[in-house]
Design a binder for this molecule. Structure first.
Ligand code: UDP
Length: 316
């Protein structure tokens, strides 16, 4: 059997690079495409010598030209932390619109199966809790997070239009907060921020009162779910995340406990439009993919702290 070829856009990013590892280990050929605005070669350096791996530096908001067969397109390119998409709002909108259009066009030309990385952000500041795939969301279309939320909502809409009009074989994964090795220490998200602050003895910055909630999924669990979705024939959106929900203050206390830091918690203003609660309903993923996360926050956080301990001086 000839090996299947997978194109991963955003393959040098946090989740994209873990997907590259997973698929190379499963004997796929992987083409990793990234413009490196938030991704980094460090995440894929160990794969560069593998004969089944190819890195192409390219901005997918421009047309994508690739020779040869492609069996799957996994479209993960986008700035993804609030700090990154606030820094690159236009690039975020372009990659979600033009980039998704180009990735879908390539899939159509190659007759490849298509999977788009969507997000829990499409639910905005959710009024339904926990969030099911059937919930339409509560997004401020002109707020500071809208560049990401609306780009991803548009990506989902365009993906469904290609599915309905061109019969493209598509999938949509709605990814909830994910963490693990290879998060950028300075990407501004709560996991690297708190770990970095704790490991360097700096104050731990809880925004607002810390009563807002998130549900954190370890990256290897997420990637396993994405792989199962890639092989499935489900066209509707599927939530992937860990339903264990914590307040941000509880999370800050876990990080201080596991790092045995002397850092003190300080309170900073809550950013505009920060969702007050977020927790995935994963009954659909359990039912159709036979998937559920295995790694508790306690275990995943300890692995992540160990990784940051080894890498944070290099990443600073
Ligand atoms: N947060 C915080 N301190 C930080 C960074 C983030 O209290 O130093 C909060 C943030 O306000 C949000 C939650 O942690 O309520 C998760 O933020 P993150 O940027 O990781 O991702 P989001 O889930 O908002 O996309």
């Amino acid at each position: 059997m000839p090996k299947k070829t997978v194109l991963i856009t955003g393959g040098a990013g946090f989740i994209g690079s873990h997907l590259c590892d997973n698929l190379i280990a499963r004997d796929f050929k992987v083409i990793c495409m990234d413009n490196l605005i938030t991704g980094t070669r460090d995440n894929i350096r160990h794969l560069l010598k593998d004969k089944n791996f190819r890195f192409v530096q390219h901005d997918i908001a421009r047309p994508i030209k690739l020779k040869g067969k492609i069996d799957h397109v996994l479209h993960f390119a986008s700035p993804a932390s609030p700090q990154d998409y606030l820094r690159f709002p236009i690039e975020t909108l372009k990659v979600g619109s033009l980039g998704t259009h180009n990735a879908l066009g390539l899939s159509k030309e190659k007759k490849a199966k298509f999977l788009v990385a969507s997000t829990s952000e499409i639910y905005g500041d959710p009024l339904e809790h926990p969030q099911k795939e059937t919930y339409w969301g509560n997004v401020n279309s002109v707020g500071i997070r809208s560049c990401y939320d609306e780009a991803k909502r548009f990506s989902e809409a365009l993906t469904m239009a290609y599915h309905r009009s061109h019969k493209l074989d598509t999938r949509i994964v709605r990814i909830f907060n994910t963490y693990g090795p290879r998060m950028r220490i300075n990407d501004g998200r709560v996991v690297p921020n708190f770990i970095y602050q704790a490991l360097t003895g700096k104050p731990i910055t809880v925004y607002g009162k810390g009563s807002q909630t998130r549900s954190f999924c370890y990256v290897s669990d997420l990637v396993e779910g994405i792989y199962k979705l890639m092989l499935s024939s489900e066209h509707g959106p599927v939530n992937l995340g860990n339903p264990d929900e914590f307040t941000i203050l509880e999370f800050a206390k876990m990080v201080t406990c596991f790092t045995r830091t002397s850092s003190k918690i300080v309170y900073k203003p809550l950013p505009q439009d920060d969702p007050r609660q977020r927790r995935p309903d994963i009954s659909k993923a359990k039912r159709i993919l036979k998937w559920s996360p295995k790694i508790s926050l306690k275990d995943g956080l300890q692995k992540t702290i160990e990784w940051f301990k080894i890498n944070h001086s290099r990443l600073e």
